[in-house]
Design a protein around this ligand. Structure first.
Ligand code: AMP
Length: 217
């Protein structure tokens, strides 16, 4: 089984949904830089206050800040048996810093899953996306409705629209994806651990594909 995994893909590709399925099935700690930043913003910590202006406008948080929080997180005990990185790395300097962290820990990334999704589908998904204010679970107004309108199935929290899920911030996020994150596909393809999956598939079908990659089938 692969245990040191990166989940990549543009905003709206369904990374968060697949991440939830992966961590439930394979008991890997979920390291989502987006979730870490949102938690820090909710608690108004110095990190949250720093990240907020970038995130709300759809810009990337500076590399030094992002690399620092990931390194701290990867050094925690629960990551010893593996981890699922979701939304990190997003730039070449982040990927290089991650390589250095892995070297220090005498480990290596053994699978990079790229969730490829057409742009029109990303826009449709993001404009209808809702998330639980309390636990971050993802929903969609048409395709992934909660059992009770506006209420999270998992924890009963309130469902809200993310502040950066608007047309202007989304356009900026897609531009950052094109220019800064997409070059990582070549970076990992050259290392030989990149696999692309079809993000336009229904979530359970996509999870079957993702699962067989993780199990190394
Ligand atoms: P996500 O939930 O992964 O879509 O992330 C939400 C926002 O958090 C992004 O649009 C960025 O502003 C910020 N963010 C998350 N991960 C990173 C990262 N690896 N590098 C820089 N900014 C990030």
């Amino acid at each position: 089984m692969k245990t040191n995994i990166i989940l990549m893909g543009p905003p709206g590709a369904g990374k968060g949904t697949q991440a939830k399925l992966i961590i439930a099935a394979y008991k890997l700690p979920h390291i989502s830089t987006g979730d870490m930043f949102r938690e820090a913003m909710k608690n108004e910590t110095p990190l949250g206050l720093k990240a907020k202006s970038y995130i709300d406008q759809g810009h990337l948080v500076p590399d030094d800040v992002t690399i620092g929080i990931v390194e701290e997180r990867l050094n925690q005990d629960d990551c010893k048996g593996g981890f699922l990185l979701d939304g990190f790395p997003r730039t070449i300097p982040q990927a290089e810093a991650l390589d250095k962290m892995m070297e220090k820990m005498h480990r290596s990334i053994d699978l990079v899953i790229d969730v490829e999704t057409p742009k029109e589908e990303l826009i449709r998904r993001i404009s209808g996306r809702r998330v639980c204010k309390a636990c971050g679970a993802p929903y969609h107004v048409d395709t992934m409705k909660p059992k009770v309108d506006g209420v999270c199935d998992i924890c009963g929290g309130e469902l809200i629209q993310r502040k950066d899920d608007n047309v202007s911030a989304l356009t900026t996020r897609l531009e950052h994806y094109e220019h800064e994150t997409k070059p990582l596909l070549d970076y990992y393809a050259n290392k030989g651990n990149l696999v692309t999956v079809d993000g336009s598939k229904e979530k359970d079908d996509l999870f079957l594909d993702v699962s067989s990659l993780i199990r190394g089938e």
